[in-house]
Design a protein around this ligand. Structure first.
Ligand SMILES: N=C(N)NCCCC(=O)O
Ligand SMILES: [Zn+2]
Ligand SMILES: [Zn+2]
Length: 310
């Protein structure tokens, strides 16, 4: 038996403090299979700040989630024990310190994680934890941006650089790396050459439109196979119409429907962990972005729940 969310037929969903999907806190259960954890950290951003408030906004927006996922035909909270593990509290003034704390805290959690950011810097320590458990992992990275740049103002650890660092540290299986949703101006053509050299394949936002979802999903599944897979979702992969509340918005992005369908197309893959990052509520309107992020997180939890044996 699992302990599920607060019953919204008995306690109105707008009452009480918000845990993700109104799930129990980690201290309310004996063990957890899947934990949703927040990382309120945004000291690695290059433009608009504010993703430190992402975890709280996504939890608020997640009050309306319901326990059965018809697209994947699964009741994730019955199938496995899902909890809200609260926030990892990290140093907002020293990025390297914060990265170490995230790595330590994530490594100490005995559950598969869906992490809510926070800016994209946090993917690096999360990938370190994933690689320590599984060896180099396959990565699907949903984002408008490559995030394989080298440095900003000589800083190596920023939200534009986590995946270059991850390749350099040997955390990723370079046979199985994909970006999805890439678009927008770059600093130069070299950005793409560097990215390719690191091992990444790119499905652009235009590819999603032109090739269509089924073909894109097939190609991604072929590239990943049954390797241990980490999924990192920068909410700016969505068009600013679908996610205005983010720090580095780019026109011409995916719809939330497209993103959710691609995620559902990964059913059965060997997902081992995931994050949803870059929700900056101060730029949001009517919870558009945090609602989208809460559904993305729900789909990721559902994908993890589908595969009971991690
Ligand atoms: N990871 C996100 N969201 N953005 C990276 C943008 C880096 C830049 O300002 O060029
Ligand atoms: Zn981005
Ligand atoms: Zn990013």
């Amino acid at each position: 038996m699992t302990k599920g969310p607060v019953d919204s037929a008995r306690v109105p969903r707008f009452a009480g403090p918000a845990t993700f999907a109104r799930l129990p806190r980690i201290d309310e259960v004996e063990r957890a299979d899947v934990a949703v954890v927040g990382v309120p950290f945004d000291s690695g951003v290059s433009y608009r700040p504010g993703a430190r408030f992402g975890p709280a906004a996504v939890r608020e927006a997640s009050r309306l989630l319901r326990p059965y996922h018809p697209g994947l035909d699964v009741s994730p909270f019955e199938r496995v024990q899902v909890v809200d593990a609260g926030d990892i509290a990290v140093n907002p003034f020293r990025i390297e310190d914060a990265i170490e704390s995230i790595e330590a805290a994530a490594g100490a959690m005995d559950a598969r994680l869906v992490t809510i950011g926070g800016d994209h810097t946090i993917a690096l320590p999360l990938l370190r934890t994933a690689a320590r458990r599984h060896g180099p992992v396959a990565l699907l990275h949903f984002d408008a941006h490559l995030d394989t740049w080298d440095t900003y103002f000589d800083a190596a650890y920023t939200h534009g650089t986590p995946f270059r660092r991850a390749v350099e540290e040997g955390l990723l299986d370079t046979e199985a790396l994909g970006h999805v949703g890439i678009r927008g101006p770059l600093y130069g053509k070299k950005d793409l050459d560097d990215d390719r050299r690191l091992g990444f394949g790119i499905v652009t936002a235009a590819d999603v439109l032109r090739r269509g979802l089924d073909e894109v999903i097939d190609a991604l599944r072929q590239r990943i196979g049954d390797r241990p897979l980490y999924v990192s979702v920068d909410i700016d992969v969505l068009d600013p119409a679908h996610a205005p509340g983010t720090g580095t918005p780019e026109a011409g992005g995916l719809t939330s429907r497209e993103l959710l369908e691609i995620l559902r197309g990964l059913a059965g893959c060997h997902l081992i962990g995931a994050d949803v990052v870059e929700v900056a509520p101060a730029y949001d309107h009517a919870e558009i972005t945090s609602v989208a992020a809460s559904h993305v997180a729900y789909d990721l939890v559902s994908l993890l729940a589908l595969r009971e044996n991690p």
